[in-house]
Design a binder for this molecule. Structure first.
Ligand SMILES: [Zn+2]
Length: 328
């Protein structure tokens, strides 16, 4: 990943030689980039740097002492008291094995100062610093593992009621991720972007306030998509309200196949509506409601086929059931 064109572009265009941790959240960059910036506090708790030559680790914003980021410890006063600039690299602060810090810093931040004094010095003969990713409590490795990371997140975050609506065996990870963000109301909708000085109405109906609740599915256009696909499964209990929709999907007393299908419709709808919203916002192609419904139906059929529930598998009737509850 570090050698990819995308990373090079992000360095040149978005970061401008500032630490990733200090990049300001603006409208610049793709939706994914802005999302990555928002996830920084979470990522920071998994990352640690092992100092070698100290030339790729930021003194204040990388965890190179194994005790967290120094800037979180001292606040913005730290750089001034220690006389170390905010964007300094660890290598910049050490000359011939001697740390170059103001002695005034020792009086104000004695513990921090001591820890730095006792830390291993950067050495140019050692090569690049090593970025370590947390695999478990106290265990760091120089490779990223999504499985180990997910385990830790899962243990840390308590089981929430919507857990089963986001993560289920028939789900598609990229869709589940968007649903997860939607449930936590973390999608960058117009209402959220307004705090950064941008105005964005609904690209489907023109409503001024584009919020998560409007998109799913208070908007007349997306509500048409949702009710067309769930007419049989939800019937009269369909509702444009987000909270009521989520609660009704979590209702336990529904046949198993219908529960799975409803979650699949929900995931595909949220994902494809969000993708269409981004496409329209960036002057991409504009698909009709009819086309979108067709795409969601196709996504569900393709997913069920790929699961290969055949013979006497207990979910073998999933595709047949989908054809029963939804036919174009
Ligand atoms: Zn709308």
């Amino acid at each position: 990943m570090s050698g990819s064109l995308w990373v090079a572009w992000a360095h040149a265009e978005l970061m401008k030689s500032v630490s990733f941790w200090d990049v300001k959240e603006t409208a610049k960059g793709s939706w994914l980039w802005r999302k990555l910036l928002k996830l920084r506090p979470l990522a920071a708790s998994f990352l640690r740097t092992e100092i070698q030559n100290g030339e790729s680790s930021y003194f204040w914003t990388d965890d190179w002492l194994g005790t967290g980021r120094l800037i979180d410890e001292t606040g913005e006063l730290g750089p001034r008291y220690l006389g170390v600039p905010r964007h300094a690299l660890v290598a910049d602060v050490c000359e011939s094995g001697v740390w170059q810090m103001r002695s005034r810093g020792r009086r104000v931040f004695p513990d921090t100062y001591d820890r730095i004094e006792n830390a291993r010095r950067p050495d140019e003969s050692l090569g690049r610093d090593v970025i370590m990713w947390k695999h478990d409590d106290g265990i760091y490795k120089d490779q990223f593992s999504s499985a180990r990371t997910w385990d830790q997140l899962r243990i840390r975050g308590h089981e929430v009621s919507w857990h089963h609506l986001v993560w289920f065996p028939q789900g598609v990870p990229r869709q589940a991720f968007i649903v997860w963000l939607a449930i936590r109301d973390r999608l960058s909708t117009g209402v959220r972007m307004r705090s950064w000085g941008l105005t964005q109405g609904c690209v489907f109906c023109g409503e001024r306030d584009e919020s998560r609740d409007h998109l799913f599915f208070a908007c007349p256009v997306t509500y048409t998509i949702w009710t067309t696909l769930t007419a049989h499964l939800l019937g009269a209990s369909a509702n444009p309200d987000w909270t009521i929709t989520v609660a009704s999907l979590l209702r336990p007393n529904r046949p198993k196949l219908d529960t799975i299908l409803l979650k699949m419709v929900f995931h595909s709808s949220v994902y494809l509506i969000w993708r269409e919203r981004n496409s329209r916002r960036h002057q991409g192609p504009c698909r009709s409601t009819h086309t979108l419904i067709g795409q969601i139906d196709k996504a569900i059929r393709n997913r069920i086929s790929s699961l290969k529930y055949v013979g006497n598998h207990k979910l073998a009737g999933l595709l047949t059931r989908w054809f029963e509850v939804y036919s174009r």
